[in-house]
Design a protein around this ligand. Sequence first.
Ligand SMILES: [Zn+2]
Length: 187
Amino acid sequence: MLSCNTSQRLTNKEKEIILLASDETPFDVLKITTLSDSLTLRKKCTNIDFNKDTAIITHLIKRMKSTLDVESGVGLAAPQIGISRNLFLIMRIDKPEKNVEVVINPEIVSKPEQTVCFERDGCLSIPNVIGNSVRYPWIEVAYFNEKGEKITEKLSGHSRQTDFTGIIFQHEYDHLQGVMFTDKLCK
Ligand SMILES: [Zn+2]
């Protein structure tokens, strides 16, 4: 599945950013309103090799979880803290315990033709902006979790009132392509 996108080891620069503080220390979230941040947010991400860089990626994940916690978000992608890699966190609001899960090297393998207009999308990297975004009502996805297990599943929540797990996944997946929700506002 992932053969067309070869994973590369983390660079020294990336390791430096990740290991700059303890694993409980949140990252600063990059903001689209800052020029240097916006250049990073607009970059397309590459896959990571979780099996080879396990210790550092585990440190990265812990710091990202702290960040999501202090920011009270439902999702956070690695590029939002300056690491241009295919990794994000999503809060599983479709599960009873509403735990935060790690998504590594994801792909959207299937989606319908029709779209929905999701109400009140927002982003930790775009301060004070809320807007309705064009989204798919469901997606079939494949990714690796933080245990290195391959997961394939269908995420169908797209209601702001009940469950919008599928929308969170789409929003975070877009970050890995350098895409912001403000690029896909409903007409
Ligand atoms: Zn976002």
